[in-house]
Write a protein that binds this ligand. Structure first.
Ligand code: IPE
Ligand code: IPE
Ligand code: MG
Length: 257
């Protein structure tokens, strides 16, 4: 199968015979902060704090492991349903992270992108997210995508709404709507699909993360909780990825087949 035969939305299209290759785009569902803290008799916030440390480690590891893009699920559209104090703690941790780490990330040539719904976020957080994106826009190193107030269904709904509006206004012929048009209306329009999705904490579900984009991602579930995620865990996930055969609905080419 040649990459040109692939539908447009498999943006990180495989090179022919790419089995055993490293993932270029890794997306992580950073889960288990609360259980990590509970197991140690600590308040949940301590788990979230240690989760930020793990996030910093993951960015460094991604760079060392040759990952070009790292997407981190930091706050879901459904996480608003948690107690107000926990939501406030998570907002404060994001503020502190951007204030503390933005300069260093920029110096490290990291390009920051944020996906998710900006409306409804505290004003200052919206400002910080924009500042992070603007400052690092021209960087050419690792792309760090922060999924914040993100929900896959919400993202698809808002894409559908904008497509419908364009059709209504005569800017788009409904007959031309295909997977590429939908992909172009998602928050991730200019970003490749994930090759590998990792979830920590032993939960085996997607929790509304990158629903469209992970159509052909490989999934690796790790039993450790997010605050314990380290370079070795990242390597383990990549090693598992490298044993997978990606077929995209086709067949594996065999010599003489
Ligand atoms: C992940 O840890 C962090 C966020 C969802 C923001 P959790 O807070 O979900 O931790 P568990 O799953 O309750 O252990
Ligand atoms: C998913 O974890 C969201 C993030 C990691 C930000 P959750 O802990 O919120 O997911 P569920 O509720 O267990 O599905
Ligand atoms: Mg959880």
């Amino acid at each position: 199968m040649s990459p040109t035969n692939l539908p447009r939305w498999t943006a990180s299209a495989p090179e022919p015979g790419d089995d055993g290759a490293s993932p270029r785009h890794v997306a992580i569902i950073m889960d288990g902060n609360g259980r990590w803290a509970a197991a140690r008799g600590l308040p949940r916030i301590e788990g979230h704090r240690r989760g930020v440390d793990a996030l910093r480690r993951a960015v460094r590891s991604a760079h060392e492991l040759g990952v070009r893009q790292l997407t981190l699920y930091s706050f879901s559209a459904e996480n608003w349903s948690r107690p107000a104090q926990e939501v406030a703690d998570l907002m404060n941790l994001l503020r502190a992270f951007i204030r503390r780490d933005l300069t260093e990330l920029h110096r490290g040539n990291v390009r920051i992108r944020v996906i998710g719904e900006r409306r409804g976020l505290p004003d200052d957080i919206g400002g910080l997210l924009e500042e992070a994106e603007t400052l690092t826009r021209a960087n050419s190193g690792l792309t760090l995508v922060v999924a914040f107030n993100y929900g896959g269904r919400q993202e698809i709904v808002s894409a559908v709404r904008r497509i419908a509006e364009a059709a209504r206004d005569g800017r788009l012929d409904p007959a031309t709507i295909d997977a590429g048009v939908v992909a172009d209306h998602l928050d991730t329009a200019d970003l490749p699909d994930p090759d590998l999705v990792i979830r920590t904490s032993g939960e085996l579900r997607i929790s509304n993360f990158l629903l469209w984009q992970s159509a052909y991602a490989e999934f690796v579930f790790l039993s450790l909780h997010w605050p314990d995620f380290d370079h070795a865990a990242f390597e383990e996930a990549i090693a598992a990825f490298r044993t997978r055969q990606r077929r995209y609905g086709g067949r594996v080419a065999r010599v003489g087949a």
